[in-house]
Design a protein. Sequence first.
Lengths: 106, 259
Amino acid sequence: MASALINVPATAKRGDIIEIKTLMSHIMETGFRHTVTGEVIPRNIITNFTCRYNGDEVFQADLFPAFSANPFISFFTIATESGKFEFQWIGDNGFQETASASIAVT
Amino acid sequence: MNRLRNISLSLLAVAAFTSLAEAAEIAPGERRSGASFMSVETLAMQTDATANPGMLWVLDGEALWSRKPVAGRACADCHGDASSMRGVAVRYPAFDEKLNRPVDLEQRVNLCRVDHQQLPPLADESRDLLALTALIGRQSRGMPIETGTDSRLQTFIDKGRDAFMRRQGQLNLACTNCHDDNWDKRLAGSAITQAHPTGYPVYRLEWQGLGSLKRRLRNCMIGVRAQPYSADAPEMVELELYLMSRARGMPSETPAVRP
């Protein structure tokens, strides 16, 4: 039951610098921990995050084992035109989640 | 291991100076939420609904609220929208007439599942149970805590208060030794706080996840080297009840974020 929280301003003026905040539900198991019997708990993390604005990539990040569980990523971009932000998280064990949010630019 | 040793040493130090002081309860005007001990950054995370990781559980809770079981009804079929739960969480633990004792919110959800949905109870600290209690708790965010106004609860509150005042564990510390007498001090670098459960279930950064008040209480009991109560032990609910009634009037912050 993976879920994402996205915060994109609903409206903006053309040329405005806007903040985008994303929160993704994920355990981010580092792969460095052991069980009580000594077996390694296999790594299970998100490895890549991408944001596209009307199809153009505006932000991308690689994630590593030091990231906290439920990674929160925030970044800025410039509002150029009305449309859609599409977010994608890719990770170990075939993890893949997407989310989107719309913006109206005046 | 080193960190554990440090904590137990500092607990011993607390024990040493508290034995001299008299236990004194906190005056209503001096009560402070755990949030007021946190850093500005952690507080900002709690306040912003899109940065608060506890909201991920609330989202899950919304999905569960309307999910229909194979036979029987979904939560939403009886209760309607989750917003109908406004003001409910701030009354818990509440008196249950059938059982003739207080039940906490987790137990109420499970009673509802068994009695009205013909579903097995959810396991203690399971993701689904935390998601539902976070969703229900979220509806009362900002409302003052009202737990304990029911006069039938008084004997249970008194029992919980006794447990709070009773020294326990190998370190021989009562809850009151830290949380009434030394809340303005620090323990191994962390604020001790006044132990007002205003935001449960909370997202604790140390846990990297959401946890119930019972999980937090078990943490504290292990800290003083006592044997923690089991999840559904009446003593656990009495302690929760006392703590919630002790915080009566303080605003609910569910789902809160704590370091």
